[in-house]
Design a protein around this ligand. Structure first.
Ligand SMILES: [Zn+2]
Ligand SMILES: [Zn+2]
Ligand SMILES: [Zn+2]
Length: 151
């Protein structure tokens, strides 16, 4: 996601409307609500999670369309879930439009089934054999998350 400098100078906490404005996205209720939900969550969210947490009800197509625009603008990236479906998580502030830089590992907790971004665990660079074109790498680890170890 891209921030304008004025956003940092004027407010310490980033608000959903700042993210939309900085990325040239129109301010709609569902986009604001969805961003707030992502910003309040410490783990990745599925479309089902969003449907449950959105205050007003929206059809799935609307939710998917908002997710796509966030993904295209480097605001959200896809993360895996335990069943091979997709979840989404906030990008770090270094993601430009169209090309994501989220080269970190994802951790799936075997107890709470949530997916966490491990921003500090970087995916190592790999050399491919000739003739293969690399488009994306996923690096997923399974185990017990911090919170579940306390409970
Ligand atoms: Zn990203
Ligand atoms: Zn857990
Ligand atoms: Zn991530």
């Amino acid at each position: 996601m891209i921030f304008e400098e004025e956003d940092f100078e004027m407010e310490i906490t980033i608000k959903p409307e700042n993210i939309l404005r900085s990325n040239g996205l129109r301010k709609t209720q569902i986009r604001l609500e969805m961003l707030q939900i992502f910003m309040n969550s410490n783990h990745a969210l599925s479309v089902n999670d969003l449907e449950r947490d959105l205050k007003s009800s929206h059809d799935r197509v609307t939710i998917y369309r908002a997710l796509n625009s966030f993904e295209e603008n480097g605001i959200l990236h896809q993360t895996p879930d335990p069943n091979g479906n997709m979840r989404y998580a906030m990008c770090s502030d270094s993601c430009p439009e169209h090309t994501h830089q989220d080269k970190h590992a994802h951790f799936i907790c075997e107890k709470c089934q949530q997916t966490y971004c491990l921003e500090d665990v970087k995916i190592p660079d790999v050399e491919l054999e000739n003739g293969y074109q690399l488009n994306s790498i996923t690096y997923t680890m399974n185990g017990i998350c911090k919170e579940c170890q306390l409970n």
